[in-house]
Design a protein around this ligand. Structure first.
Ligand code: GAP
Length: 457
């Protein structure tokens, strides 16, 4: 994890928030490469969940909702973690996660019997952030930052269903920020107080819930595999009855083998008709489905795949990160467009992020072999033709060519193109692949279509 955090900082993926003021516990900012990676993850999710489907539409609801939304949903009364205080060191811990807790007074050693002897009784700590609307602070102005995006979908159920003329089974997808005042945030971007979720509420006839629950468990698992997580690093774990959230009768966590162990990446839950019924009762609006032809009326059940953007990003980084031993120039970084910095016979270690090309923040590194003989101009023209197609590029003309390849390997750029002396005479360039480090000559004019074709796969 330390290597990932270092790389993320060094190469502009993730910075500590408010760093010049000493940072703010568990708050992170996404840098130029991080924001692209995050955007690509969200685009991949939206494409899989909305654009390629006829039965799912999108929504973007407000972070601030009427406080009654959170009363009806059960969050005001029930969205809490059990917390204990240490009377000695004044730290707070989640009472249900003491195995993982460490004592700041004893250099973050695991808490022991002595620590426990100073703990208070566990009490419920509500995780919702409170704020006030308008200039006067009081009970009447109290509002909450949403702890999940899902409720905006439930409160808009009728708006969406009627305007988009949808019939169950259908889904409503949303990506956006959520906030939880976690007692013990940590492990980099794994658990934070401000994070982004990708959630979809799939409304189904009650009798069909099991079928759709199985369907979404499988679909969501395969989404991660399709974007590069190894199946052996993923598993599904069913919640036992004591673990279930207050709205759920069945939940499966899709877990990933992070460097900190198996941890939840996404939850797939059956929320039954809990939310629609609670909002119906509380608002007085009937949130049902009425079929005009069959005259049938029912409250749909909901299957919810709920993923975290930040957590997915961390998993993709962990999976992609590799320090690989590479043989010297004979190992493939020499040749016309090469000129690797490693001497023949010597070994080199390269850091490579084997990100799925669709997730990679930069798709193509474009390099003139030298800064003269018209090479920078040819490289700039090629770079522009790539950018015109919406393919992100990085232009680099400084340092040995092998070093430039390594810099792109480290941030996961799947392809590099080098313009050299031969380009002027026959219009070809060297195309170098990140994973195999293989190089081949292709016509410069063919590069944009070739890369676009690879990205569309
Ligand atoms: N609407 C259901 C729901 O919110 P959840 O399991 O609490 O379910 C869904 O959250 C996903 O959101 C989690 O699997 C995780 O990826 C992400 N998530 C939840 N809390 C988080 C936190 N404090 N920091 C980062 N991601 C979080």
């Amino acid at each position: 994890m330390e290597q990932i955090v270092n790389l993320a900082k060094r190469r502009g993926f993730v910075f500590p928030a408010s760093e010049i003021y000493g940072g703010l516990n568990s708050c992170w900012d996404y840098g130029p490469l991080g924001v692209e990676l995050k955007r690509n993850i969200k685009d991949a999710w939206w494409r899989a969940m909305v654009h390629t489907r006829r039965d799912v539409v999108g929504l973007d609801s407000a972070i601030l909702q009427h406080p009654d939304v959170w009363r009806a949903s059960g969050h005001v009364d029930g969205f809490s973690d059990p917390m204990v205080d240490c009377r000695k060191c004044k730290s707070r811990f989640r009472a249900d996660d003491l195995e993982a807790a460490t004592c700041p007074e004893r250099h973050n050693a695991p808490i022991n019997a002595d620590c426990r002897s100073h703990f208070t009784e566990a009490r419920a700590f509500n995780l919702m952030f409170r704020t006030h609307l308008g200039p006067v602070e009081g009970e009447g102005s109290l509002a909450y930052l949403r702890p999940e995006t899902a409720q905006g979908i439930f409160t808009n159920y009728l708006n969406v269903q009627t305007t988009a003329r949808l019939k169950p089974p259908f889904g409503v997808a949303q990506i956006g920020k959520s906030f939880r005042n976690e007692i013990t945030p940590g492990n980099f971007i794994f658990r934070t107080r401000e994070f982004e979720q990708m959630e979809m509420e799939y409304f189904v006839p009650p009798a069909e819930w099991e079928r759709w629950y199985d369907y979404w468990r499988e679909q969501r698992f395969q989404w991660y595999v399709g974007l590069g997580l190894k199946p052996e690093h993923l598993r599904r774990r069913d919640h036992d009855k004591t673990e279930l959230a207050h709205y759920s009768t069945a939940t499966t966590d899709i877990e990933y083998l992070f460097p900190i162990g198996w941890k939840e990446l996404e939850g797939v839950a059956c929320r039954t008709d809990f939310d629609l019924k609670r909002h119906s009762e509380s608002s007085g609006k009937q949130l049902e489905y009425f079929d005009g032809q069959t005259r049938e009326r029912f409250t749909p059940y909901v299957i919810e795949p709920a993923a975290g953007v930040d957590r997915a990003l961390l998993a993709f980084l962990c999976e992609a990160y590799e320090e690989e031993k590479v043989a010297g120039a004979a190992g493939g970084e020499g040749g016309a467009g090469g000129g690797g910095e490693v001497k023949p016979g010597e070994d080199d270690v390269r850091t490579v992020l084997r990100l799925h090309p669709r997730l990679a923040p930069i798709k193509v590194g474009v390099f003139p072999l030298v800064k003269k003989d018209g090479m920078p101009e040819l490289a700039t023209a090629l770079e522009e033709s790539l950018r015109e197609r919406g393919i992100s590029t990085f232009y680099d003309q400084s340092g040995a060519i092998g070093r430039r390849y390594r810099r792109q390997d480290e941030v996961g750029t799947p392809w590099c193109v080098t313009i050299d002396g031969q380009t002027k005479t026959d219009g070809t360039v060297t195309l170098r692949e990140r994973d195999s480090m293989q190089q081949r000559r292709v016509a410069a004019d063919d590069v944009p279509a070739l890369i676009a074709g690879q990205l569309a796969r």
